[in-house]
Design a binder for this molecule. Sequence first.
Ligand code: MGD
Ligand code: MGD
Ligand code: SF4
Ligand code: MO
Length: 759
Amino acid sequence: MPEEVFETVCGVCHFGCPVRVTVRDGEVARVEPSRLGSGYLCAKGLAGRAYLYREDRVKTPLRRLGKRGEGRFEPVTWAEAYREIAAKILEVKAMYGADGVAFFTGYSKWYRPLLHRLAHSFGTLNYGTESSSCHTASVMANLVSGGVYVRPDTENAELLLSWGENPFYSTNYAGDRIGRLKEKGLLVISVDPRLTPWAKRYADIHLRPRPGTDGALAHCFANRLIEAGAVDKEFIEKYVHGYRRYAEYARGFTPERAAGVTGIPAAEIERAARLLTEHSGSLAVGISQAGLTHHVNGFQNYRAAAALAAITGNYDREGGVIPVEYSGRLADRNFPRLRVDEFIAETRPDKARPKIGSERFPLWAELVDEFQAMDLPRQVLTAAPYPLRALVGFGVNARMFPGDGKFFAALEALDFFLDTEIFMTDTARYADIILPACTSYERSELVGVMGGPIRYSSPVIAPLYDSRSDADIICQLAAALEVEDAVLRAGYDACARQLLSKVGLTLEDLRLDSSPRRVPGKEPYIVGSTLRNGFATPTGKYELYSETVAQYAGSHGLDPLPTYVEPPESPDGEYPLTLTVGGRLPNAFHSRFHQVVWARSLRPNPALDINPADAGERGIEQDDAIAVATPWGEITVRANVTLLAPAGGVFFYQGYSEADGNGILDADGLDPYSGFPAFRSAKCQVRKVGQVREVERARKRERVRRAERSKEAAPVREAVPVGKAAPAREAAPVGKAERSKEAASGREAVPVGKGEVAV
Ligand SMILES: Nc1nc2c(c(=O)[nH]1)N[C@H]1C(S)=C(S)[C@@H](COP(=O)(O)OP(=O)(O)OC[C@H]3O[C@@H](n4cnc5c(=O)[nH]c(N)nc54)[C@H](O)[C@@H]3O)O[C@H]1N2
Ligand SMILES: Nc1nc2c(c(=O)[nH]1)N[C@H]1C(S)=C(S)[C@@H](COP(=O)(O)OP(=O)(O)OC[C@H]3O[C@@H](n4cnc5c(=O)[nH]c(N)nc54)[C@H](O)[C@@H]3O)O[C@H]1N2
Ligand code: SF4
Ligand SMILES: [Mo]
């Protein structure tokens, strides 16, 4: 049978890597890197075929029959589904106003401008996304300091100070660029509690702080730089606001004090500070998208780390950090950003209530054109400051939120929950209606490629089953909900045309072929422009003392200086270890690849990375069943005894429904500046519960315990048959058919290893 080869994009993550897809008999047979891209794909991209054909695809629109979470549904037609959605949502609107409905999307980014506009056209500012726990806190920290997001100019730097960066796992295309630069003499200080492949390979100095203590280390560096006269006085004089107060504050952070807080030996801190001092004239500061901000004190820690570029005069300078228009896929903040912002603003309602989270997180509310979703469950459950009764969701994942079942409880309490999903998930099981979405292989999409070019991707196969593109669904919802928005109601191509208007490209141009096009007139940023034109901050300077934050000093106790506070869950006698739930696995993408056998075989079990010393003390050996306990709950997983984890710190990974790490975190331990959850600094204890063969038994005992506990709990909790207590068959979502598909394609699953990845 002849094969056809197509060019399109991988839609698993927002990098949108170009892929070459071979189609045989109408089925995707092979996914390979395209010559239009970097030449290689990450493990998830390479598993794209198995992902596309996951057995749990939602096949048709579904209407819930059983109780929420039970998973009993009946198929309905698209027309019936839209009728029912419209009836329920319009009823909520009539009773509670448009603000009683929230529009929310999980990770997927490509349709966001449309969903955001739909919320506006519907009459509410209640549009929110997974970015409430992703990258936005780091954007906010940049905004209050310098008015713009920055990237490290590693190409031209002598020294890279890299905070929690491990691109080998999280940013596949950026990983080996540093190798080339190292050969040219780049020096690297890596600050990461884990011994990552990146730190192992590239760090000249690797500092391993206790998670959540970066602020103390950064202030100590500042203190040392100031003492050594290695700050840029002229730059500070001209461009920096609040230096005196900041320097005064940083003075208290001696290496000994920083060592006490971070657990890094003082001599190591001194050594790194000396290197910083020697190369302070050309210092690039790179900061993880999520590593520093997933803490109750994360926003301030991020600011403290970022400040080092400003005080050394490495801001908006070659070899330092350079402002960027954050540009990935065509998400809200992406290129052509202004056009996207305009598209969203065109239908913004002028009479709407403050968005969710505004009272609790005013800094977020001021800086971010989305609601802070971490406050959504609270508002649903308390109806304060006003009732929220319906959720129009796309790819909603309750397990993305911290806390044992609080988000599920909120879903339970709603009058109506619509989820639009590719797969049947624990969260989708709570929906009243589920609409089946398709993947990037089955749809067209306007993609803003990293760095500016834009392309219109084509489907390589027809949508599987009765699924549809999210963008089409949003446009059809606009019609069903009777919003007055001619553009949305005219469909995705009309929206794409509207987005492209004024950009100088037409949809017809882009459709001619799949190659990326430069946007005419789009000039790269000229280094130094911010210094010349003034910073977009209240004082027009880089604000070490933030006047934006100062507005909320009295009302919310926010500190305008990037002060360090100890994470509230410091280890103690009962819980002597620090638990991080997060960090990227190279073969997983949040909740979506644990079910793909090929990808999962690279790390077959939910496993806790634990240092040999901590394991030894507890009599724990590789692959033993262990209980990980926090004040908020307990899960049973396997032990992965590894030097990747530092002594005193243990690392688990999110997205497993059979072992939900977020379920044992504090739902309300949120950063008061950003509203971000503390995914990465929880106190915990670990104990052995059995040899490997006992792992299933331990899980079962735990399920029983949980079920018993939920019976005794308060009404809110009682109502939550959290998926963690899910039947055992979910524990190994490895479909037989998927295995045989792999075998039929001549590709074998990677041999099941010891559960350790690459270190
Ligand atoms: N403990 C801990 N928790 C974390 C993090 C952490 O580091 N540690 N990281 C946080 C971060 S940074 C993020 S970004 C979030 C991500 O968290 P999530 O938003 O949960 O991310 P995913 O699991 O990738 O996707 C969520 C759902 O969207 C569906 N989906 C995917 N693509 C599409 C699509 O195109 N259309 C539709 N309709 N549905 C789709 C998927 O099937 C999935 O069920 O998790 C956060 N949670
Ligand atoms: N394979 C894969 N890649 C992904 C994703 C995925 O799910 N899988 N998700 C994507 C998304 S949504 C995001 S937001 C990005 C996140 O991208 P990154 O932030 O780069 O990725 P992480 O691996 O979460 O964190 C990076 C490092 O921070 C370290 N770290 C944790 N806590 C601390 C701390 O307190 N201080 C310091 N200094 N370091 C700390 C971790 O040990 C880890 O090695 O990744 C993206 N890329
Ligand atoms: S980084 Fe990996 S998952 Fe993301 S788009 Fe590229 S190939 Fe796909
Ligand atoms: Mo993220």
